[in-house]
Design a binder for this molecule. Structure first.
Ligand code: CA2
Length: 147
């Protein structure tokens, strides 16, 4: 079992269509391709999902146990609101890398706090779409791969 789950939260399906100044011009499909190329080079499988529904994200985190070796999570705005997502991460007992396209600490005050950071292995933010393959590599390395 060497599969990584990349999970994307609300509004990230709109990437590439609006606010390219903040989030870049890559679409979520482009980012999926980048992640798949990185995973292939590392010899790991990858599942790539997006949902606007908090409950669906919780279900996907719960279902990851025994299927995936770790999770890369861009929880979108739920990052700043969801204790439920934090509890799901705590309970799943898998390494989770928190991911953001933008540098949340250089933006509005309300984005500075993350409910997810405290239960995550680490966080990558501010590198746009490039952060995703970085996270795939970091997770693989953490789990003992050569990276
Ligand atoms: O920087 C990130 O990746 C965020 O997780 C993106 C979230 C935001 O609420 C977080 O604070 C930081 C927003 C995703 C919305 O994506 C859009 C993409 C295109 C157009 C509109 C929204």
């Amino acid at each position: 079992m060497t599969s990584i789950l990349v999970l994307n939260g609300p509004n990230l399906n709109l990437l590439g269509q609006r606010q390219p100044d903040v989030y870049g011009s890559a679409t979520l499909a482009d980012i999926e391709k980048m992640c798949r190329a990185k995973a292939k080079s590392l010899g790991v499988d990858l599942e790539f999902r997006q949902s606007n529904d908090e409950g669906a994200l919780l279900d996907m985190i719960h279902a990851a146990r025994g299927v995936h070796i770790g999770i890369i999570l861009n929880a979108g705005a739920y990052t700043h609101t969801s204790i439920a997502l934090r509890d799901a991460i705590s309970s799943v007992e898998l390494p989770v890398i928190e991911l953001h396209l933008s540098n949340i600490h250089a933006r509005e005050e309300f984005r500075h706090h993350s409910y997810i950071s405290g239960v995550s292995l680490g966080m990558i933010c501010g590198f746009g779409a490039a952060g995703y393959p970085m996270a795939v590599e970091a997770l693989h390395r953490h789990l003992g791969g050569a990276g």
